[in-house]
Design a protein around this ligand. Structure first.
Ligand SMILES: [Zn+2]
Length: 137
């Protein structure tokens, strides 16, 4: 479909860059998250396909914590779940940072993150950022 669209008359430069971007994204899925959590309630993000085994090169999962509506909610714990909500690795990320976290996930399967504030006393707030089951390369 992409090829046909290119032939149909889209500029050749735009066409080529679309193909390059598509190729680059093909070995790593990155997802935006925007969910409500608290210090005692964890929530799941959407799922993403894993392209590398957790223990291989590029296999750590990544999460950025870009914003938090709770002033005291500056640190989040992230547990990577498989489709049965079983943990395959966990770590923490602080506001404004990105973390690369070890895991035992398997390539070719879907995973999601289970997120909550690390401080049990922090009430409900909305957090946003990006995550991927794999590292960039
Ligand atoms: Zn889960």
């Amino acid at each position: 479909m992409l090829f046909r669209k290119c032939v149909a008359g889209v500029g050749i430069v735009a066409c080529l860059s679309t193909m390059i971007v598509s190729t680059a994204l093909a070995d790593r899925e990155v997802k935006f998250y925007n969910i409500s959590v608290s210090g005692h309630r964890a929530e799941d993000t959407g799922e993403a396909l894993k392209y590398h085994h957790g223990r291989d090169t590029y296999g750590k999962f990544r999460i950025s914590l870009d914003s938090s509506s709770q002033q005291n909610g500056t640190k989040v714990s992230a547990v990577m779940h498989n489709s049965n909500h079983e943990s395959r690795g966990s770590g923490t990320v602080s506001l404004g940072n990105t973390a690369a976290i070890s895991n035992t996930g398997t390539k070719g399967y879907y995973y999601h993150l289970n997120l909550q504030y690390t401080n049990i006393l922090v009430g409900s707030g909305v957090i946003t950022g990006y995550w991927s089951p794999d590292e960039p390369h």
